[in-house]
Design a binder for this molecule. Sequence first.
Ligand SMILES: [Fe+2]
Ligand SMILES: [Fe+2]
Length: 352
Amino acid sequence: MLDGLIVLVSDGPKRSAALADGLGLVGRCEVVSPDIRWDKLPGVSAVVTDLDLTRANAMTCLLALQRQAWGAGLPILCLSHRSSDRALRQARMLGASACLPVYAEPHVVVTALLNLINPAEGSLNASARQCAERAAAALEGLFGVAEASRFIDLQAVDGCVDPLLSALRDGGLARWLNTIRAHDNATYQHSLVVAGLAAQFASHIGFPEAQRQRLVRAALVHDIGKSRVPRRLLLKRGPLDSEEAAVMRTHTVLGFKLLSASATVDPAILDAVRHHHEMLDGSGYPDGLSGDAISDVVRFLTICDVYAALTERRSYKPAMSSAEALQVLHGMSGRVEPRFVHAFGKAVAQAG
Ligand SMILES: [Fe+2]
Ligand SMILES: [Fe+2]
């Protein structure tokens, strides 16, 4: 149990009840309204906010929290009601140490909060963790823009590339994966995991820096089309039925169209977005490409993508171990490039 008080500031106490219960399992939790007087709450060890930041009293509340001397270094976890770049920037400016979407499950919020209070062993150090948070926030912003507008500026993805490469350089792949896997949104989490794997893979096989960055960019946006897939499918707590799976498969073409409408997109990235589910034997989608019609960048990315999906935990399936996932990939010969699978296995093993 935590020593100090966890304050949950909420403008919807009913909505926050399950979260308050979850937080209560790890410390004394008090739910307060945004009209709280902070100086009347001694011994606070962390704050979680579940507030609509478009409301004036939410802003006033967070500004008052920031003004408190004891606010320096106090972990503040902001549950964001909107995922736009602007909303996340606003939360950061108001002192949030980290943000999660408001629909994050209580156990995810609790884990993230405990990580903020006491960084878990095996997670990134403070500066690398900040890089991971910056990369996640930039990616969240990118998906937010993709959801809301007809095209996106791919330059925004560069906001993810540098923090990701710095975090990997400072903390290594295993720590990057540990940290990112605590992130709630499955799509961002998956994209950041694939990007970390792609960066490690590219380093291992000696890609020049420019090519490595290109592979990382492609990995970060490979599932951008999911921003156009109905949210109920993305959030479904169970396997998709065949009709739903068919809708989900459209994310490849949706992502391709979204990026094609944007100016000057690297053709290799367009290729990766459209074709990362193609298989060498022609059994993939959306175009049923086979053999040489599938570029090396796509072949690399597909391996990272499959490995990431197998090692991710979902509410309906446990995470596979790294060894099990590699075994599955080795068993996919004919569908994925065996030489690359072999090299990928070494790259992952080298990262510990
Ligand atoms: Fe995909
Ligand atoms: Fe994917």
